[in-house]
Ligand binder design. Structure first.
Ligand SMILES: Nc1ncnc2c1ncn2[C@@H]1O[C@H](COP(=O)(O)OP(=O)(O)O)[C@@H](O)[C@H]1O
Ligand SMILES: [Mg+2]
Length: 288
């Protein structure tokens, strides 16, 4: 598989507020790589450095030690910063902070306009991006009157219109209701599955992480776990120790297993859980 982003032993810290010459380490020799076309979730408790890491993926921050390579470009190379920013689009938590225009289609056009793209091409891109996020019929609406999920889809369209190869989303659903969250997840999954877009999703929702190809768990400035969701979520105690939950199905299987029930620990889907439970009941001669 071809690597798209790699962080090679990166360290980063912020200057302490009290003592300006003191650095408070946030990333501590962290290694990870993300492949082209992958859909990766990054999990970790509040303040563990997820947003700081995300900002390294498009050269908003650069490590004081180690390298971040994005599509073959080192973020330390100042001549490449523009290309790196074009390759990696960012979506943030609060859609209201990302909307700049008073009409949806103008908002989506803002990014490509700033890139100096000619107007016919902008029109084509805006149309395509709005169709991709299922917001084309709202193109002439005022963004501030849309629901949270719709606004976030417009923000995603604004990033898509710049045609990045990768989209990094920093808790994009944190401010949305369950319907908005579903809309955004569906949109992102479609971008990944149908357009081969590399997606990095920072989230604190376990059910969202469970839908990704791969889950990376951060703790103490390093990668603690990295693997397929089914594998990562079997480490129930380790996840709890770093202040994270596990999906409800995993939790149920974990508790049953502790109580002596023989049930696999790598179950994520509700249907799969129901099947496993009815198998167990059947073996015991109980009719489900
Ligand atoms: N601009 C900043 N200046 C100083 N400290 C910061 C800044 N941004 C984040 N931090 C600190 O760095 C740590 C990691 O923050 P962050 O990357 O936002 O974590 P997360 O996104 O996982 O919640 C936290 O302790 C936070 O207080
Ligand atoms: Mg954050």
């Amino acid at each position: 598989m071809e690597k798209f982003i790699s962080a090679n032993g990166i360290s980063f810290g912020y200057h302490s507020v009290d003592e300006q010459d003191k650095l408070v380490t946030v990333l501590d020799g962290l290694n990870l790589s993300i492949n082209k076309g992958e859909f990766v979730a990054i999990l970790g408790h509040n303040g563990c450095g997820k947003s700081t890491l995300a900002k390294h993926f498009n050269a908003v921050l650069v490590p004081y030690k180690g390298d971040v390579i994005v599509d073959g470009m080192n973020t330390h190379d100042e001549e490449k910063i523009f290309d790196i920013r074009e390759s990696v689009g960012m979506v943030f938590q609060n859609p209201d902070n990302q909307i700049v225009a008073t009409v949806v289609e103008e908002d989506v056009a803002f990014g490509p306009e700033n890139m100096g793209i000619e107007s016919d091409e902008i029109c084509r891109r805006v149309e395509q991006a709005l169709k991709d996020v299922d917001m084309y019929e709202y193109r002439e609406h005022a963004p501030h009157r849309l629901s949270g999920g719709q606004k976030q889809r417009v923000a995603i369209a604004g990033v898509l219109a710049m045609r990045p190869k990768c989209i990094v989303m920093d808790e994009p659903t944190a401010m949305l209701d369950p319907k908005g969250r579903r809309e955004v997840m569906q949109t992102v999954k479609k971008m990944n599955r149908e357009h081969g877009m590399t997606v990095v999703l920072i989230t604190h929702y376990m059910d969202e992480a469970a839908q990704c190809d791969r889950v990376i768990v951060m703790d103490k400035g390093e990668v603690l776990l990295d693997g397929a969701p089914k594998e990562v979520f079997t480490h129930v105690e380790m996840l709890k120790n770093v202040g994270l939950d596990v999906p409800q199905t995993t939790e149920l299987c974990f508790e049953l297993s502790k109580a002596g029930v023989e049930i696999p620990l790598d179950i994520l889907e509700v249907d799969e859980c129901v099947d496993a439970l009815s198998d167990i009941l059947e073996k015991k001669g109980v009719k489900a």
